[in-house]
Design a protein around this ligand. Structure first.
Ligand SMILES: Cc1cc2nc3c(=O)[nH]c(=O)nc-3n(C[C@H](O)[C@H](O)[C@H](O)COP(=O)(O)OP(=O)(O)OC[C@H]3O[C@@H](n4cnc5c(N)ncnc54)[C@H](O)[C@@H]3O)c2cc1C
Length: 533
C-alpha cells in the first residue's frame, strides 16, 4: 500500500514548486525535509538578535514569472521590489561605475566614451539570446535515448522544437550563442570594452558560483545564466523579496499546502527504497518508512545517487559517472549586523548606490588573480565580494537606524589544500572579508556587531550543498541542458523507474527559478496520466 502518490525529498524552493504543481493537479504529495524549516538555500533567519536576513541566496531575478503567477505567490504574501540602482562598482583609485535605469549610459561615458558607445549593443546581444533561452527554461531539453522506440520519436520532436526556437535567432546571433556557450567571458569582454570596471560588471556574473577564472572557457555561459531573469516584468533586473528570500519559499509552501500537499520538516531521508528496479518510497533518518508510487529528489544528484540510493540498485557505469559530477562553487557567505550604513570612498554618504549589488572586484585581472590565489592557498587574499544591504529596501529585517548586509564572497577553495579544514579557518577568512570591504568603505569593520559565517563546508553541512556548490553542480557545458544531470536523464527521470529529479541538478540548473520543480512535476504527471489516464 502506498501512503501517498509522490514523496519529494527536500523542501527547497524546487521541491516546494514541484509539490505545489502536483497537488494542484490532484495528486497526493508529501514533502520531507531534513532541516527544521522549509526553503533550502532560499530562507530568512534571525542570525543575530534583532537582525534577520536571507541566509544563503540573497537576491531575486531568475524566479520564473509563470511560476509566480501559477502558484499565486503574490496572494500568498510575496512582494518583490527593484533595487533603486542595479550595481555599484567602486575602484581603489576613487572612480566608480553605477548602473541601472537611466544611470548606466552616463556612468560608463564618464569612464570611457568608447565603451559608452558599445555597451548598449552588447547588452542587447545578451538580451536577445537570453530571450530565446528563456523559452527553454520551462521545457525539458531534448533527451538522448537509445534505440528507435516511442521515446526516440518523442525526443526527435522535442529536438525539432528546440531547433525551431533557435531559428528565431539570426545566423550572426547563433554564432554569438555558440560563443556564449563555449568561450571565456574574459576574452569576449576584452574584445569589446577597454575600461576595467565595465568589463568587471559583466565579468562578475561569469564567476558567481563558478570557481574559475573569468578567462576559463565556458565562463561566458555563467554570465548568460545570470541574464535570464526579470523583476516585475523588467528583464535582466535584480530585486529584493520583502522579508528576504524566505518570503519566496514561505509563499510556495503556503501554495503547496493550500492545494493539499503535506510538508514534514525534521524528516531527513536516509535511503530511497528500491524494489524490483523501481523507486518505491523513502526511509527517514528516524527509521520511518513512507511508501509512494513516485519519488522526486530535490537534492544534489551526486548526494542522491552516492548516499541515498542503494549502490546495488544502480548500473556501475551510471554510479561511476555521477561520482564524477563536478561540485564546488568556491563561495563563502556572510551576513553582518551593522550599526550604520557604510560610506564608500569612491561615493561617500547615503544614496541609491547602497541599494545596489556592490561589487568589490575592480577588474577581470583581479578576478583571475583571486582564483589563482585560491587554488594555491585555499582562499584569495584579495577576494571578490558582492555586498548587498537589503535593509535599505526592506524595514522588516532590523530596527530603524540599523542595517543588515549580505556578503557573497567568491574564490575560496571548496576543500582546502594540505588537509586543512574550513573549521579552522572560517573566522580568519571572515575577518579578511570584512577588512576587504573596509578598504573601500573605511569604518565598515567597526560598524559590524554580529556576523554569520558560512564556509563551503558549512554550506554542505547545513543545506546538503556538496562542496558548497550553490547550483547543485557546476554550470559547465558537460553538465548543462541535455547533459544535466547526465545524457539520457535530462527529462527529469532517473535511471530507476518512478525516480525523478526536481532540484537544481536538473535543467536549467541553479538559482531561485522554480523551473526544475515545475518541469519535473510535468514529467511525473505525464507518466501518471499514461498509466492511469
Ligand atoms: C550562498 C548562496 C547564495 C546564492 N545566491 C543566490 C541568489 O542571490 N539568487 C539566486 O537566484 N540564487 C542564488 N543561489 C542559488 C540558489 O539558492 C540555489 O540554486 C537554489 O536555492 C537551489 O534550490 P533547490 O530547491 O534546487 O535546492 P535546495 O535549496 O538546496 O534544497 C534542497 C533541500 O533538500 C534538503 N535535503 C538535503 N538532504 C536531504 C535529505 N537527505 N532528506 C531530506 N531533505 C534533504 C535540504 O535541506 C534542502 O532544504 C545561492 C545559493 C547559495 C548557497
Amino acid at each position: 500500500m502506498n501512503e501517498t502518490d509522490v514523496v519529494i525529498i527536500g523542501a527547497g524552493h524546487n521541491g516546494l514548486t514541484c509539490a505545489a504543481y502536483l497537488a494542484m493537479a490532484g495528486l497526493p504529495v508529501k514533502v520531507v525535509e531534513r532541516r527544521t524549516m522549509v526553503g533550502g538555500a532560499a530562507v530568512t533567519e534571525e542570525f543575530h538578535p534583532g537582525f534577520s536576513n536571507s541566509v544563503a541566496a540573497y537576491t531575486v531575478s531568475l524566479l520564473n514569472p509563470q511560476i509566480v503567477a501559477d502558484l499565486k505567490l503574490a496572494d500568498h504574501g510575496l512582494r518583490i521590489v527593484e533595487r533603486r540602482a542595479q550595481n555599484f562598482l567602486p575602484a581603489p583609485d576613487g572612480s566608480y561605475l553605477l548602473t541601472g535605469e537611466g544611470r548606466t549610459g552616463p556612468s560608463v561615458a564618464a569612464l570611457s566614451a568608447r565603451d559608452a558607445g558599445r555597451i548598449g549593443a552588447f547588452s542587447r546581444e545578451l538580451e536577445t539570446i537570453a530571450d530565446v533561452l528563456r523559452q527553454f527554461v520551462l521545457r525539458a531539453p531534448p533527451n538522448i535515448v537509445e534505440g528507435f522506440g516511442l521515446g526516440a520519436i518523442q525526443q526527435t520532436f522535442n529536438a525539432l522544437g528546440t531547433a525551431n526556437l533557435l531559428r528565431r535567432l539570426s545566423l550572426e546571433q547563433q554564432r554569438g550563442l555558440l560563443d556564449l556557450f563555449t568561450r571565456s567571458a574574459g576574452e569576449m569582454l576584452d574584445e569589446r570594452f577597454e575600461n576595467d570596471l565595465v568589463k568587471a560588471l559583466f565579468g562578475f556574473d561569469a564567476i558567481v558560483g563558478n570557481y574559475a577564472s573569468p578567462y576559463a572557457a565556458g565562463s561566458a555561459y555563467v554570465m548568460l545564466h545570470h541574464a535570464f531573469g526579470e523583476v516585475n516584468g523588467k528583464k535582466g533586473v535584480w530585486g529584493h523579496a520583502i522579508g528576504g528570500m524566505g518570503a519566496i519559499t514561505q509563499a510556495m509552501a503556503r501554495a503547496a499546502r493550500g492545494h493539499g500537499a503535506e510538508i514534514e520538516t525534521g524528516a531527513g531521508v536516509r535511503e530511497v527504497i528500491v524494489e524490483a528496479g523501481r523507486a518505491a518510497g523513502v526511509v527517514l533518518d528516524n527509521g520511518k518508512t513512507i511508501r509512494a508510487r513516485y519519488v522526486a529528489s530535490g537534492v544534489n544528484p551526486k548526494l542522491l545517487y552516492t548516499r541515498l540510493v542503494p549502490a546495488g540498485a544502480l548500473a556501475p557505469e551510471f554510479l561511476a559517472r555521477i561520482g564524477n559530477w563536478r561540485n564546488g562553487s568556491g563561495t563563502f557567505r556572510m551576513n553582518v549586523a551593522l550599526t550604520a550604513l557604510p560610506s564608500f570612498t569612491a561615493l561617500p554618504g547615503n544614496g541609491d548606490h547602497l541599494t545596489a549589488g556592490i561589487i568589490l572586484a575592480p577588474s577581470l585581472g583581479y578576478m583571475d588573480r583571486a582564483w589563482l590565489d585560491a587554488r594555491a592557498h585555499g582562499w584569495s587574499r584579495e577576494p571578490v565580494i558582492e555586498v548587498l544591504i537589503p535593509s535599505t529596501l526592506d524595514d522588516s529585517l532590523c530596527s530603524p537606524g540599523q542595517h543588515v548586509a549580505s556578503l557573497f564572497c567568491q574564490h575560496v577553495a571548496p576543500a582546502l589544500p594540505d588537509g586543512k579544514s574550513w573549521d579552522d579557518h572560517r573566522e580568519d577568512v571572515a575577518d579578511l572579508m570584512i577588512a576587504t570591504v573596509d578598504r573601500y568603505a573605511p569604518g565598515f569593520g567597526s560598524s559590524v556587531i554580529g556576523r554569520q559565517i558560512l564556509s563551503p563546508l558549512d554550506l554542505e553541512r547545513q543545506f546538503g550543498l556538496l562542496g558548497g556548490d550553490i547550483f547543485h553542480g557546476a554550470l559547465t557545458l558537460n553538465q548543462l541542458f541535455s547533459a544535466r544531470p547526465m545524457l539520457g536523464h535530462a527529462d527529469y527521470r532517473g535511471p530507476l523507474k518512478g525516480l525523478y529529479h526536481c532540484g537544481s541538478g536538473a535543467h536549467p540548473g541553479g538559482g531561485v527559478t522554480g523551473a526544475p520543480g515545475h518541469n519535473a512535476a510535468r514529467a511525473i504527471l505525464r507518466d501518471h496520466r499514461a498509466l492511469f489516464g
